[in-house]
Structure formats: structure tokens, C-alpha cells
Design a binder for this molecule. Structure first.
Ligand code: TRP
Length: 454
């Protein structure tokens, strides 16, 4: 293994866990997951979500880990080693394109989140009303200068983390920030437990109501299992390539999936307790994060501090998730193209800012480019559609088929059991059967439904 000596990696299983969790925990946990759970039958939805995790999320995640750690390469390099057939390189291409398209608009939203930290400190939400919250949000996203500046700041922060490298950058930052994020969530939750709306929020999130579980809710659970765990775009493959040969990859995958769900639920309890305490209706998306939360939190005692804690935790989540998207292409530039890490990070930042600006300038109808549409979508929504609805499921299905049908089973067994050191025979057999016969079918259904064909 002489030639691989110089490659960086995570130093321990814990480091691998925190980095992977840093990728999984993102804006999805804050503005999407809690609401989707509540609106679709609470615990009944959670049950379906866990089934999706078992049949879609974990098999794809483990497969990505396998491809990464087996080859210790970036997405393109990994496929070169695993198969001589050029057609499978499409997985690498989809991964990189997907990562870019997602980061183009995700960095815009990241910028809004950062700016809300700043606005909270400035005291902009001290006397906030529903009208002023709406106006503030409009100003934030329409700009046009300020959202571009904030996007620039976010991309700079992510680039600084990336330029420090895998160990000193990604590993150190996620190991520090993930526990902080967790503490900030707990602070919000402890406050939530004193609010009158807490019972209602528990009822909203954990009632068992199978009658609210529609077909579209099940499709949503499948899509979420994908997006939440950062699958289908080489993120997990790239991070997997940094795992040590001693890590239990199946164990890490399960721990990440469970922790990610717990984070979402804890956020949900904090946010919806406040929402119900003021007799408001639960909602999701940008409206929840940027209008409802400032409104309800700022009315509580110590509201400004609470709001600050909340937006800092959202910023952490967005930052570590974005870092993982960028690492996919940085690993490619530096390994396949021979660029120095510095140069790779710089090029990546230039590309994100150069194209991401079009997402930022088209986030709203009233934005500078808000009237310009392609296929009836503003550029911002187009980027979201291309990545989340097309490239992500496509990448996922190809990964499942590739590992399930092209890679010999004995190779998979050897890698997942760490050359037989872990006694996981039964689990590996189960994983393999699910990966071959269940996952591709389910992902295909997600794909059709996200294209609006189902
Ligand atoms: N999982 C992150 C979230 O919940 C988003 C994310 C990071 C992602 N990397 C990804 C989604 C790769 C899909 C693919 O916000």
C-alpha cells in the first residue's frame, strides 16, 4: 500500500461518525423533517420512515461506504478501480454534477441562515410581528446585494474548513461543532418543556394516526430517507474513503441514521412547542424557519438568546452539510486532476459563486431574475429540481445496481466484515438481498414520483 501513504483520512471511528452525521444533519432536519412527520400521521409516519431507512437508506449508504473505503479514492477514481467498464463512470459524473447543483442553491439558503444570526444579534427581531417578519424575509432573499454577500461568506467559511484538509478541517470541525449543535438543541428543548404548547407538540409529532398516512406521505418518506442521509451523490462514498480499515461501516451507518432522526425530532419539539404556545399553525420550509421561528421565539423570555442559539445551530447544520457536498468534487480535483488542495478549493469556490449567484438572484418572484424561468421554474427551483428530483435518485439507483450486481459478493463481505474481524455474516446477507431485490425497485418508484410520473 506504499503509494497510498500520503492520503489523508479520519483518525478514528468516532471521527468518522461525527463527520458523516455532519453531512446528514442539515437544513432538512430543521425545516422539513419535523413538519413532514407531524403533518403525516406522527409516529405512524416515523414507522414508515424507519422502514424506508432499512430498505433504501441503509443499503445505499453501506454501498457507498463500501465503494469508498475499498478503493480509498474519490468518486471517479473509485469507479476506475472497481470496474473497467466505462459506462459505470456515469455514477461519478452524476455524483459530481449532483453535488454542484445542490450546493448552488443550498449555499444561498445557508447565506440567509447566517444573515439571521447577524440580524438576531442586531436586535432586528425584538418587536417582530407577522407583517415585519414577512418583510424582513423578503428583504433578506430579494436583496440583491446582501444575499450575494452572505452566500459569499458561507462559501468562504466552507472553503476555509476544506482547505485545512480532511483531518484538520472536516474531522476537527465536525467533532467540535456536532456536540455544540446538540447542546444548542437541548437548550431550545429545555425551554420548550416549560411552554404551554409542549403537550400539543408531542401530540403533533408522536400521535399514531395511520389514517393520515397517504400514498404521497409514503413517497415523501422514501425521498426523505435519501436526502436526509446525503445519499446518491457520492458524499458517503467520499467520506467512506476516509474511514479507517477498522471501522464498522454497517454500525456507523445505523448510528448516523438514528442520530439524524433524533436531531430532527428534538428540533421539532422545540419549534412546535413554541408555535403551538402562540396558537399558530405548524408549517414547513422557509416560512417556518425564517418567519414563524423568529416570531414565536422572540416573544419568549430570553427570546433573543434562544433565537440566537437556534440560528447558530441551523448555521452549523448548513455548514457541515455543505462541506460534505464540496468534498466530493475537491477530492476529485486533487486526486484525479493533480491539483493542490488549495487550488481545488479555490476553483470549487469560484464555480459555486459564479453559478450559485443565479440561484440567489432567482429565489423569489420579486428577485432580480425572478421572472426568468426555464421549464416554468426559476433558476433556484430548477437547480433544486435537477439535483433532488433527477440526479439524486438516479445516482442512488445506479449505486444500488452496481454494488448489488456488478461487484462480487465475496468482495463486499470481506470489506464490510473488515476481512472477517467483525462477525456480521447474517447482517451482510440480509443487506445484500435487500440491496439486490428491494432497494432498486423502491428507488425507481421514488424517481418516477419525483418526476411527477406517479
Ligand atoms: N443531508 C443534508 C440535509 O439534511 C443535505 C445533504 C448533504 C445532501 N449532502 C447531501 C443531500 C448529498 C443529498 C445528497 O440537509
Amino acid at each position: 500500500m506504499e503509494h497510498k501513504k500520503g492520503r489523508e483520512g479520519f483518525s478514528s471511528g468516532i471521527a468518522a461518525f461525527f463527520a458523516t452525521l455532519g453531512s446528514a444533519v442539515g437544513l432538512g432536519n430543521i425545516w422539513k423533517f419535523p413538519y413532514v412527520v407531524g403533518a403525516n400521521g406522527g409516529a405512524a409516519f416515523l414507522l414508515v420512515y424507519f422502514i424506508c431507512i432499512i430498505f433504501i437508506g441503509l443499503p445505499v449508504m453501506i454501498s457507498e461506504f463500501y465503494m469508498g473505503r475499498k478503493t480509498r479514492k474519490n468518486v471517479m477514481g473509485a469507479l476506475e478501480i472497481l470496474t473497467p467498464k466505462r459506462k459505470w463512470k456515469s455514477i461519478g459524473l452524476i455524483s459530481m454534477l449532483g453535488s454542484y447543483f445542490i450546493v448552488f442553491f443550498y449555499s444561498s439558503v445557508g447565506g440567509w441562515v447566517y444573515s439571521y444570526v447577524f440580524k438576531t444579534i442586531k436586535g432586528d427581531f425584538n418587536q417582530v410581528t407577522s407583517q415585519s417578519a414577512q418583510e424582513e424575509f423578503g428583504r433578506t432573499i430579494i436583496g440583491p446585494i446582501s444575499p450575494i454577500v452572505w452566500q459569499f461568506i458561507v462559501v468562504t467559511v466552507v472553503s476555509l474548513i476544506l482547505v485545512l484538509g480532511v483531518k484538520n478541517g472536516i474531522e476537527r470541525i465536525t467533532k467540535t461543532l456536532m456536540p455544540i449543535l446538540f447542546i444548542l438543541i437541548l437548550i431550545c428543548d429545555i425551554k420548550a418543556l416549560t411552554l404551554p404548547g409542549v403537550n400539543e407538540s408531542f401530540k403533533f409529532l408522536f400521535k399514531v394516526d395511520f389514517s393520515m398516512l397517504s400514498g404521497s406521505a409514503i413517497l415523501m418518506a422514501m425521498g426523505l430517507a435519501f436526502f436526509k442521509l446525503s445519499l446518491g451523490m457520492g458524499c458517503m462514498m467520499t467520506y467512506g474513503s476516509y474511514f479507517t480499515k477498522k471501522d464498522n461501516m454497517m454500525g456507523t451507518a445505523a448510528k448516523v441514521a438514528i442520530s439524524d432522526t433524533i436531531v430532527s425530532l428534538l428540533v421539532g419539539i422545540a419549534v412546535f412547542s413554541a408555535v403551538f404556545s402562540f396558537g399558530m399553525k405548524p408549517s414547513s420550509g422557509p416560512g417556518l424557519l425564517f418567519m414563524t421561528v423568529p416570531m414565536v421565539f422572540s416573544k419568549l423570555p430570553f427570546g433573543t438568546l434562544l433565537l440566537l442559539a437556534f440560528f447558530i445551530l441551523a448555521s452549523i447544520a448548513a455548514t457541515t452539510a455543505m462541506t460534505s457536498m464540496c468534498e466530493v468534487v475537491i477530492a476529485y480535483y486533487s486526486e484525479q486532476r493533480g491539483m493542490s488542495r488549495k487550488k481545488a478549493v479555490f476553483l470549487n469556490a469560484v464555480i459555486i459563486l459564479g453559478i450559485g449567484i443565479f440561484a440567489t438572484l432567482s429565489a423569489d418572484d420579486n428577485s432580480l431574475l425572478g421572472k426568468f424561468t426555464v421549464f416554468h421554474m426559476r433558476v433556484f427551483d430548477l437547480f433544486d429540481f435537477i439535483s433532488s428530483n433527477i440526479l439524486l435518485p438516479l445516482g442512488g439507483i445506479l449505486i444500488a445496481i452496481f454494488v448489488g450486481y456488478v461487484i462480487p459478493k465475496c468482495d463486499i463481505k470481506k470489506e464490510l466484515s473488515n476481512e472477517g474481524n467483525l462477525k456480521l455474516d447474517k447482517l451482510i446477507d440480509t443487506y445484500y438481498i435487500i440491496l439486490r431485490y428491494v432497494t432498486p425497485v423502491l428507488v425507481f418508484i421514488v424517481f418516477l414520483s419525483s418526476l411527477g410520473l406517479m
